[in-house]
Design a protein around this ligand. Structure first.
Ligand code: C2O
Ligand code: CU
Ligand code: CU
Length: 499
């Protein structure tokens, strides 16, 4: 009889196999069926789906937080909040080493700001909730781009309102490029596709209301519809060639386990902190809220005239006895762990053959023997807390703007143990001010999304995840928090003082 911990791990990372076999049944046996089989695909245009749109590019003229109307599909619109006037917010492209600066204006009636997620910036540029931009006010964010080439993003970090503002539309891509990366000859232009994946509650009517119940605060605010780049149930016409897909889970709480129908293999080339040193080939990948992964996928193996669906496959989500039912409230949306279609790729034309490079970019491996100290952060539920706030704790505490919870020596290398004592939730834990590397998971081996430099890592129920970081970028006040935004806004966040 497996222990609960083993069980959760098995259901967590072992499920790709059973899902895979289910999808493959009747066509191939075993997991060596490497190319998608036509039986798993519908011919293009079989079911109507909406053409994917790409986020617009940032013009360079500054960004405003403003209310506008977003058209999901023709005739279906909602009032949204945006950064830069569009949902998703415009894609910002910068070069490593560049001095980036943007004038930000808050045209909303509430406090907001911008956090540059995954970028290591001076503390006063990081969008800490102690640094709101007031309604009508402006602030210039300015920092040197030190990050490795890769996929980052930006979103507000307003005190106790991050979940609401992100849900209502405020998030966009921030892509870092450089010459070394360009020299790799990765797919570019139309073959380099940013995909912001989110879930929203769109079935109840045009209003994108964000009114979490007690149960939504527990489970996180889950939607009933997956949207990609602000388009529900999308499809994308592609060529039968190699594509670079930049996948960002911008959901408040939805955990994705991405795989192509038919278990089409793909190569993971990047995670949160940019490109890996070499591609990792796989058929499915976890993507928790705020995590990014870049993959290379070759649609020539699908065949012209065929389609392949990118899905989030089913997994056993925890239900530790504090899900629906508290205060009579049921969590809305589709249950965590349910299989969902994300984006259908319709292969319409011949494409250029691409090549997956054998090597990507050099990647320093931090050495645990160099760590000066080990710190533990315990993630737990406090059911004694007030009816609506303070239920999600780290080291028994909820967020206090004025309190410093961990003092870290500048330049120190530390091992952090993220210890879940919570049977009821998977927590995507995020660190500001630094990128880290994942050393181990008590629940099983590291997964492809644990590779490389990370800023967000999934901690499964009752699991301990060990990470290592070197705090030598900037001094100042940063954050550790859960990126299930309802947990964050509930106070599952601590202040870290570096230096
Ligand atoms: Cu993407 Cu502190 O957040
Ligand atoms: Cu962040
Ligand atoms: Cu959490």
């Amino acid at each position: 009889m497996p222990t609960r911990r083993q069980f959760l791990h098995l259901t967590g990372s072992g499920l790709a196999v059973s899902i895979g076999s289910a999808l493959l049944s009747g066509c191939c046996s075993g997991d060596h069926c490497s190319s998608a089989h036509p039986a798993d695909m519908s011919p293009p245009g079989n079911q109507p789906r909406t053409p994917l749109r790409l986020p617009k590019n940032y013009s360079g003229a500054g960004l405003s937080a403003e209310a506008t109307v977003h058209e999901w599909t023709s005739g279906r619109s909602s009032n949204v909040l945006t950064l830069g006037g569009s949902y998703p917010a415009p894609t910002i492209r910068v070069r490593k080493g560049e001095l980036f600066s943007v004038q930000f204006t808050n045209k909303l009636a509430e406090d907001t700001n911008i956090h540059w997620h995954g970028l290591v910036t001076p503390a006063d540029m990081d969008g800490h909730p102690k640094d709101p931009v007031k309604p009508g006010a402006s602030f210039t964010y300015r920092f040197a781009v030190r990050q490795r080439p890769g996929t980052y993003f930006y979103h507000p970090h307003a005190h106790e309102a991050t979940g609401k503002q992100v849900y209502l539309g405020m998030a966009g891509f921030y892509l870092v490029e450089d010459d070394e990366e360009r020299a790799l000859g990765l797919p570019s232009g139309e073959f380099d596709v940013p995909l912001l994946i989110q879930d929203r509650r769109l079935l109840g009517g045009p209003s994108l209301a964000f009114e979490p119940t007690m149960a939504d605060m527990m489970e996180g605010f889950l939607g009933d519809t997956l949207v990609v780049n602000g388009v529900p149930d999308p499809q994308l016409d592609v060529a039968a060639g190699l594509y670079r897909l930049r996948l960002l889970n911008g959901s408040n709480a939805r955990i994705l386990k991405l795989a192509f129908a038919g278990m089409l293999p793909f190569a993971v080339i990047g995670t949160d902190g940019g490109l890996l040193d070499k591609p990792v080939s796989t058929t499915s990948i976890w993507l928790g809220p705020a995590e990014r992964v870049e993959i290379l996928v070759d649609f020539s193996t699908v065949g012209t005239g065929q389609s392949v669906m990118l899905q989030s496959v089913a997994f056993t989500a925890p239900s530790g006895g504090h899900g629906g039912g508290h205060g009579g409230a049921m969590a809305g949306g589709i249950a965590q762990g349910t299989a969902l279609d994300v984006l259908r790729f319709d292969v319409r034309r011949a494409g250029a053959a691409g090549r997956v490079p054998e090597r990507l970019l050099p990647l320093e491996q931090l050495d645990p023997a160099q760590a000066q100290r080990t710190r533990a952060f315990t993630l737990a539920m406090n059911m004694q807390a007030g009816a609506t706030r303070g239920m999600h704790t780290i080291n028994g505490k909820t967020f206090d703007m004025q309190r410093v919870d961990a003092q870290i020596a500048f330049g120190a290398t530390e091992i952090w143990e993220l210890r879940s004592m919570d049977e009821g939730s998977i927590h995507p834990m995020h660190l500001h001010g630094v990128q880290f590397q994942v050393l181990s998971r008590s629940g099983g081996p590291l997964t492809p999304s644990d590779q490389g430099w990370k800023d967000t890592v999934l901690v499964f129920p009752m699991e301990t995840v060990r990470v290592i970081a070197r705090f030598n970028d900037y001094r100042g006040l940063y954050l550790l928090h859960c990126h299930t935004l309802e947990h964050e806004d509930d106070g599952m966040m601590l202040n870290l003082q570096i230096g």
